[in-house]
Design a protein around this ligand. Structure first.
Ligand code: HEM
Ligand SMILES: N[C@@H](CC(=O)c1ccccc1NC=O)C(=O)O
Length: 284
C-alpha cells in the first residue's frame, strides 16, 4: 500500500456500508449534540458560537465530575479508599482542563461580548444546576440555591437529591472514623444539608494523619488529594472571576448580582477547612 499522490488508500476491510449498523454519529448522538448550538443574537454575532460552546463543554465536564464524585462517595461508603482515590485523580485532571479552557474565552474582547450580551436577557451561569450540584457534593451546601430551580422540576429534583446526600468530606470522615481515627460524633451525626462548618475538635485526628503519615499513608494521600481538589476548584473560580473582570468590568451581572464582587466572595468559601488549619500547626 502506498500513499501515492499524497492520498491514502482505504483498506479493503474498512466498513463503508453502515446502513442498519451502529455508527460513530449514532452512538454519540451527534445529530442532537451538534444541532444544540442556538445563537440568539440577530444578526448572529460571530463570537456567540464560542460563548455557547465554552459553556456546553463545561457542562459536559461538570456532568462527568458529578459522575466521578458520586462514585467516589459510594466507594468510600463501602470502605474502598483506593478506588475512590482513582476517581478523585480523574476529577483533578478534568478540573485542569476546565480551568485551562478559560484561555479560549479570554480571546473574547469586551467590545465583542457587548455586541451580543443584551440578547442573553437574565440568563446566567448562576443558574447552572450541575455547577451547584458539584458545589453541594463538595460541601458548599446552600438551601437558598434551590429556589433558582423552582421553575424546572427535573433540575430541582437533581439538586434536592444532592442537597440530602453526605458530601465527599462527610464520607471520607466517616471512613476515617471506621478506621479508628477520633472523628467527633457531632461531625458524624451532622445534618448533611447544612454547609460544612469548621470543627476545631476534628483537627487532632487530621494532625495524627499528618504527623504519623507513614502509618496512615493512604489517608494522608487522600487528605492531600482533597486539598488538590479544593485548590483546583478555587483556580476555576479565580479564572472565571478574572475573565468576567476583563470582559464586563464592574457591570452588574445578567443574573442580577453585583458581578465581580459577588464572585469574589465565593473565593472565601472552603470545602475542607481542617485540612488547611492543620498546616498552621505542622512542624511548629
Ligand atoms: C464572558 C464570559 C462570562 C461572564 C461575563 C460571566 C459573568 C458572570 C457573572 C457576572 C456572574 C454572577 C451572577 C450574575 O449576576 O450573573 C456569573 C456567575 C456564574 N458563571 Fe459566569 N460568566 C462568564 C462565563 C462563564 C462560563 C464559561 C461559565 C461556565 C459554565 C460560567 C459559569 C458561571 C457560574 C457557575 C456562575 C455562578 C458562580 C457562583 O455562584 O459563585 N460563566 N458569571
Ligand atoms: N452573567 C453574564 C452572562 C453570562 O456569562 C452567561 C449568560 C448565559 C449563560 C451563561 C453565562 N455564563 C456565565 O455566567 C453577564 O453578566 O454578562
Amino acid at each position: 500500500m502506498s500513499t501515492e499522490n499524497n492520498e491514502r488508500e482505504l483498506e479493503a476491510g474498512i466498513v463503508t456500508d453502515l446502513s442498519g449498523r451502529m455508527t460513530y454519529g449514532s452512538y454519540l448522538s451527534l445529530d442532537q449534540l451538534l444541532t444544540a448550538q442556538n445563537p440568539v443574537s440577530v444578526p448572529e454575532h460571530h463570537d456567540e458560537l464560542l460563548f455557547i460552546i465554552q459553556h456546553q463543554t463545561t457542562e459536559l465536564w461538570l456532568k462527568q465530575l458529578l459522575h466521578e464524585l458520586s462514585s467516589a462517595r459510594e466507594l468510600l461508603a463501602s470502605d474502598d479508599l483506593r478506588e475512590a482515590l482513582k476517581r478523585v485523580a480523574r476529577v483533578k485532571r478534568i478540573q485542569d482542563v476546565m480551568t485551562q479552557q478559560w484561555a479560549i474565552l479570554a480571546t473574547l474582547t469586551p467590545t465583542e461580548y457587548a455586541q451580543f450580551r443584551g440578547a442573553l436577557g437574565n440568563s446566567s451561569g448562576f443558574q447552572s444546576v450541575q455547577y451547584r450540584a458539584v458545589e453541594f457534593a463538595l460541601g458548599n451546601k446552600n438551601e437558598k440555591m434551590l429556589s433558582v430551580f423552582a421553575d424546572h422540576p427535573a433540575n430541582l429534583a437533581l439538586l434536592t437529591a444532592e442537597w440530602h446526600k453526605p458530601t465527599l468530606y462527610d464520607e471520607f470522615l466517616r471512613y476515617a472514623s471506621r478506621r479508628g481515627l477520633p472523628i467527633p460524633a457531632e461531625i458524624l451525626d451532622r445534618d448533611v444539608r447544612l454547609p460544612y462548618r469548621e470543627t476545631p475538635e476534628l483537627v487532632p485526628a487530621i494532625r495524627e494523619i499528618y504527623q504519623n503519615h507513614q502509618q496512615h499513608w493512604d489517608l494522608y494521600e487522600a487528605c492531600e488529594d482533597l486539598v488538590d481538589l479544593e485548590d483546583n476548584f478555587q483556580f476555576w473560580r479565580f479564572r472565571h472571576l478574572k475573565t468576567v473582570a476583563r470582559t464586563i468590568g464592574m457591570k452588574v451581572g445578567t443574573g442580577g448580582s453585583s458581578g465581580v464582587g459577588f464572585l469574589q466572595r465565593a473565593l472565601d468559601l472552603t470545602f475542607f477547612p481542617e485540612l488547611y488549619t492543620v498546616r498552621t500547626e505542622i512542624g511548629g
